[in-house]
Design a protein around this ligand. Structure first.
Ligand code: NAP
Length: 522
């Protein structure tokens, strides 16, 4: 398949009229053809209007038909074969194994949502029959979920497949019956076009309205703000910087009709090294930590950017082992010059900070990220909020506490996070129990004796958390729970069988239903 540099608006390839950008090969340090021109206001408007027009037809499809559409997208992505894998590698400098693994995850999550639709519980059908004899009489009441409407999705830079054009936000929005207008990320525009064309092909094969999916090309804050402000758009999915997420939240709130923004922004994912575990296996923990910190050049939302432990010889053993594992680490290409620049700035700030000591600093290079490890006291951390700022890349800060009470005090001071990790042995149970209520308030996923990178895509996963890890900690952006972001309930009171949606009728196709409050399988 040839990459043309076009946007895909309602199934048609359209050339933007604004400024042109080329993809960047971070490993080779050179631009890649073709040029992608930025779409203009009229083109954004057209994509949004077509999405609006497609909404009623798309959401009225049976669960089986929408599931077949998601499966077809997955098949079309696989059909792209090595052309896709090689383009991702060229645009991101990610190794083949990672790209192939991420493609598997992308296809897997589309199929997971297809299975969710076939299983049917997402409809959340509730039936409460009329009670005419009651005083006052109760009407016939029935409820189900429907999609919110067209969703603007902002592709993430750091997962060019699994959180980009056909990634988690797109899959969950389409599963909910919501058309998607996608702003591609300039870090991988060729990848975006290939995957966008696969979705367009799936739309054609399944005979759906063309406005179900559009891909917008180009760069510029204005473009994103216009998209979020468009009256046809009813929700937003975003993964990226805190600044970007906040700007989109502000734009969504300033609309005449405000809409929800599901932004995943910044998280430093604290790792708690509890005393017994540290005493028993400081060196093993250091090896696992170093692996997690440097995975994907640290460009992971769940990267362990903060380590919390009690000061003493066992923590010294951990920092010595972690430092020696990290200091020899090579500088590797980062996804974009912007991300590399942010990383370099963050590392320099910590290296020059009066209250921070550098433990390991592998030789850095322009456009690249090399591992870095720092340490600060709990009192410095508690008094300086800037030490909590995310450094997106392979850098982490160890915070040395006096005792378990201070560890808990630091936990209390943390901002909202995607994850918190407990490295613990049996003797640490009491300390873990003391931390748990604090962590439950602070994070979306608590894990024991593992590392936070590596997110399973399944029904119990929570990839979310309180602000600023996300803009709305009530949901997840990974796993089947992500569909709930784009749904809302509608109640039907005393509607005749002919008027009711099929799934709510007396002999309807609902597989799971809550009859008089009791959950049953039909
Ligand atoms: P980004 O700068 O937030 O950009 C993400 C998307 O949002 C792009 O499409 C961008 O498009 C748009 N955008 C950004 N700021 C905007 C604004 N003020 N108004 C409207 N649209 C806006 O993220 P990035 O390019 O992926 O990486 C930059 C930094 O984000 C990284 O260095 C890292 O700190 C952070 N990041 C964090 C995570 C995480 O999971 N925690 C993931 C990725 C990145 P335009 O630039 O075209 O406007």
């Amino acid at each position: 398949m040839i990459i043309t540099g076009d946007a895909l608006i309602g199934g048609k390839a359209v050339t933007g009229t604004g400024a042109g950008v080329r993809a960047w090969n971070p490993a080779a340090g050179q631009a890649i053809d073709p040029e992608f021109r930025t779409v203009d206001s009229a083109q954004i408007d057209q994509a949004c209007r077509l999405a609006d027009e497609a909404f009623d037809t798309f959401r009225a499809l049976s669960d089986d038909k929408r599931a077949a559409f998601l499966d077809t997208i997955a098949d079309q992505i696989m059909e792209l074969g090595d052309v896709l894998v090689e383009r991702v590698m060229a645009e991101t400098a990610l190794p083949r194994a990672r790209v192939e693994g991420e493609r598997g995850r992308t296809v897997g999550q589309l199929k997971l949502f297809a299975n969710l639709l076939r299983e049917g519980s997402w409809n959340d059908v509730r039936l409460d029959k009329a009670l005419p004899e009651r005083t006052p009489p109760r009407p016939d009441l029935r409820m189900r979920m429907i999609g919110l409407g067209p969703v603007a999705v902002f592709a993430a830079s750091n997962f060019p497949l699994a959180f980009s054009v056909a990634g988690g936000d797109t899959a969950s929005a389409l599963a909910a019956g919501c058309p998607v207008v996608l702003k591609g990320h300039f870090a991988h525009p060729g990848t975006s076009e290939l995957v966008g064309r696969a979705i367009v092909k799936a739309v054609e094969i399944c005979g759906l309205p063309a406005g179900v999916f559009s891909l917008l090309t180009g760069v510029g804050n204005d473009m994103g703000i216009q998209l979020v402000s468009h009256p046809a758009i009813k929700a937003v999915g975003f993964t990226g910087s805190r600044g970007g997420g906040l700007a989109l939240m502000a734009a969504a709130a300033a609309r005449p009709v405000p809409i929800p923004v599901y932004a995943e922004m910044s998280s430093i994912n604290p790792v708690f090294l509890l005393p017994e575990a540290l005493k028993n296996r400081a060196e093993d923990i250091a090896a696992g930590f170093a692996g997690s910190l440097t995975l994907g050049v640290g460009q992971m939302c769940t990267n362990p950017g903060l380590v919390l432990a009690i000061a003493g010889p066992d923590l010294d053993r951990f920092t010595a082992a972690a430092s020696s594992a990290l200091v020899g680490g090579a500088a590797c290409s980062m996804l974009t010059p912007g991300i590399a620049g942010n990383f370099a700035r963050g590392v320099n700030q910590l290296a020059e900070h009066a209250d921070v000591k550098t433990l390991a600093l592998a030789p850095q290079a322009e456009g690249k990220g090399a591992p870095a490890l720092f340490v600060a006291s709990a009192s410095s951390f508690l008094s300086q909020h800037a030490l909590q700022e995310e450094i997106f890349g392979p850098a982490s800060l160890v915070v040395a506490c006096k005792d378990v009470a201070e560890l808990r005090q630091v936990a209390e001071k943390l901002e909202g996070q995607l994850t918190a990790t407990l490295l613990m042995d049996e003797g640490d149970l009491e300390a873990a129990q003391a931390l748990l209520p604090v962590l439950e308030r602070k994070v979306g996923r608590i894990l024991a004796n593992g590392y936070p990178t590596g997110v399973e895509v399944c029904s119990s996963m929570v990839h979310g958390g309180p602000f600023p890890s996300t803009s709305d900690g009530r949901t997840t952006s990974v796993g089947t729970g992500a569909i709930s972001r784009f749904l809302r309930p509608v109640c039907y009171q005393n509607l005749s069988q002919a008027l009711l949606p099929e799934v709510l009728r007396d002999n309807g196709s609902a597989t799971w239903l809550r009859r008089e409050g009791e959950l049953t399988r039909n």
